[in-house]
Design a protein around this ligand. Structure first.
Ligand SMILES: *Cc1c(COP(=O)(O)O)cnc(C)c1O
Length: 346
């Protein structure tokens, strides 16, 4: 079933809304035993890499594109660090819409670029960063009537709120804490809205404390001012002036949570730990939330009975360069059993 059908009662749709779906959502919530031990709490991983285009962006895009079709739009446009573009390209292809994406030059991971072009989107790369690309698409959308599908589109946020519904459905209540990366800050906004709405509907008893993490080189909310030249290995959160800045602060403050920074080193260390100790391959940005809870755990932040859900926002295959950069060179050996055995010290 499509995400929109499943959660129709909580989404701005009518029976007449045309549903553009690739069967998104319903992603696994995995218990993480090794991480739980390290953190000193019950840690779960919401693996959003299992969405059709490999990131949580599909939750918002199915709704944004469905509503675009409903309103008679023929073209959509977005700026992107990669995953929004991949998702927009795929849902536009599904709907038969023209799709234009504006990307910051040289800053988009390989798997995302491949996905966008392969789905037939028109790609404009601009000399600038994500924030500047977003300015460009806001202009094009205003001037030329293209449907903007960045997370400034309220339907993106509404659709992404389904992540919170799934977490509550899986745990029979909201977790004590939710940890996640913060880039343009649409997702933390969406989850907080989702948790609130679900509790108002009587589907949960409590609300989680929201823990957001930015990369240290791209941490405007932590710094309290925009960052002109954001830099981080976690390209999906390389954003210096988040569109949903205020809403992220609201989520933080209303939930009694925090938004802090983690270094690239901490992000990469969590990224490797997730793969090598839990078998879960996410992209670097997705590991920021895990890096954050490991950092908090060092200060005895959690109690053993606390449930902590980490949103792993995107699939590791999106960014093969980052994975290979820290992997050892594979052995190259003669194709004969005994010498392979010797090399492997069997
Ligand atoms: C988009 C994205 C983020 C950041 O989400 P925001 O809503 O922009 O805060 C984090 N991780 C991945 C993999 C993403 O694609």
């Amino acid at each position: 079933m499509s995400l929109i059908e499943k959660y129709a009662a909580y989404l701005p749709v009518t029976p007449d809304t045309p549903i553009v779906s690739l069967s998104e959502g319903d992603t696994p919530l995995l218990p993480a035993p090794r991480l739980s031990e390290l953190v000193g709490a019950k840690v779960f991983l919401k693996f959003e890499g299992a969405n059709p285009t490999g990131s949580f962006k599909d939750r918002g895009m199915t709704l944004a594109v469905s509503k675009a079709v409903e309103s008679g739009a023929t073209a959509i446009i977005c700026a992107s660090t990669g995953n929004t573009a991949a998702s927009a390209a795929a849902y536009a292809a599904r709907a038969g819409l023209r799709c234009i994406v504006v990307l910051p030059e040289g800053k988009v991971a390989l798997g995302k670029l491949a996905h966008v072009s392969h789905c037939g989107a028109e790609v404009a790369t601009v000399r600038g960063n994500f924030d500047q690309a977003l300015e460009v698409v806001r202009f094009l959308s205003d001037e030329y009537g293209l449907e903007l599908v960045n997370s400034v589109n309220p339907f993106r946020i509404e659709g992404q709120a389904t992540g919170a519904y799934e977490v509550v459905d899986a745990l029979s209540d909201a977790p004590a804490y939710q940890a996640m990366p913060v880039g343009n800050a649409g997702n933390i906004t969406a989850y907080w809205k989702g948790y609130q709405r679900y509790r108002e509907a009587g589907r949960s008893q409590r609300l989680p404390v929201m823990l957001g993490f930015q990369a240290a080189g791209a941490a405007p909310i932590v710094a309290g001012h925009p960052i002109e030249n954001p830099e981080t290995v976690a390209s999906a959160i390389r954003i210096g002036n988040p569109a949903s800045w205020k809403e992220a602060e609201t989520a933080r403050d209303e939930s009694g949570g925090l938004i802090e920074a983690v270094t690239d080193e901490e992000i990469l260390s969590a990224y490797r730990l997730l793969a090598s100790r839990e078998g879960v391959f996410c992209e670097p940005a997705s590991a920021a939330g895990v890096a954050g809870i490991l950092k908090l755990a060092a200060k005895q932040f959690f109690s053993p009975e606390d449930s902590v859900v980490c949103i792993l926002t995107g699939h590791g295959l999106k960014d093969p360069d980052s994975a290979l950069a820290s992997a050892p060179e594979p052995l190259l050996l003669d194709a004969d059993g005994p010498s392979v055995a010797r090399a492997l010290k069997l």
